[in-house]
Write a protein that binds this ligand. Sequence first.
Ligand code: OFO
Length: 183
Amino acid sequence: MNTNRLSGNIQAALNTQMTIEATASQIYLSYASWASAEGYEGIANFLFRHAQEERNHMMKILEYILERGARVRIEAIPAPASEPTSVENCFQKIFQQEVENTHAIYKVVKLSLQEEDWATWNFMQWFVKEQTEEETLALNLLDKIKIAGGEKAQGNALYALDRELEQKPDDVTLAEEKTAENP
Ligand code: OFO
């Protein structure tokens, strides 16, 4: 009796996405280590926390694959590319990598739609929303560094940004939760 509720294609796509989340976690770890070495402890703290979030995303997919009676494939994680060259460059790289992750997630969503696998489609909606949050968060970081002086940001402005990120929550409020009274 076949108890595997995922098609071969969906199983492969979810396993790939799991590795992408693990890779994202390593990227955040490397940027966090870079920030700490440069003396930006607040930014490092924020990025270390985010590395953990990406690992949680990986675990969600791993658990889902198992729950559906399919097989998990643990693959090698590529080493993160070069370190950031500045705080602005760090935030740009973060934004870029989140957008790439969004595209990867959309591919899984599209496949589940084509295969009419509504359980996977439904499961993936959590990730669609999460990516909107993560892109918003990354865009907010880019805005902040721009206000602090962009590539030329230094001294007090960078210090204030670093302190702020240490306290910054990992989530942002999305448009659908906003109102006229509370924009
Ligand atoms: Fe940065 O996001 Fe996972 O999915």
